[in-house]
Design a protein around this ligand. Structure first.
Ligand SMILES: [Zn+2]
Ligand SMILES: [Zn+2]
Length: 113
């Protein structure tokens, strides 16, 4: 009787959004002014940011310009928690291995450190 070995299944590691991509999942307010778009003040709360308090949300195109939105840690944590709740409502995988859920969790942990 031939002994048959099954090769291990090819890696099925789900590559979820990186943390940088996860920041792009966070909803930005619809009306942002110059200081918001340039990353001088928090996009959600309008607080003045310093390099120590600012969370870089990742550059992106907004309207017809390139924006560099940043936020304070408090607002980032709040918005990420809200985003996680909203995402979790429609997500069947969040109890297990959900890449989006994990990425949002990383943001929350980083912002509340
Ligand atoms: Zn803020
Ligand atoms: Zn999920």
């Amino acid at each position: 009787m031939a002994h048959h070995t099954t090769p291990p299944a090819a890696g099925t590691v789900s590559i979820g959004p990186s943390t940088a991509d996860a920041y792009r999942l966070l909803p930005l307010p619809e009306t942002l002014t110059g200081p918001h778009l340039d990353g001088h003040v928090c996009v959600w709360g309008g607080e003045t940011l310093t390099p120590h308090t600012a969370v870089d949300l990742g550059s992106r195109r907004i309207g017809d310009r390139r924006a560099f939105p940043r936020a304070c840690r408090g607002c980032t944590a709040k918005v990420a928690m809200l985003g996680l709740q909203i995402h979790g409502r429609d997500c069947d995988d969040c109890d297990g291995d959900c890449a989006v859920g994990r990425a949002l969790g990383r943001i929350i942990r980083a912002a509340t450190r």
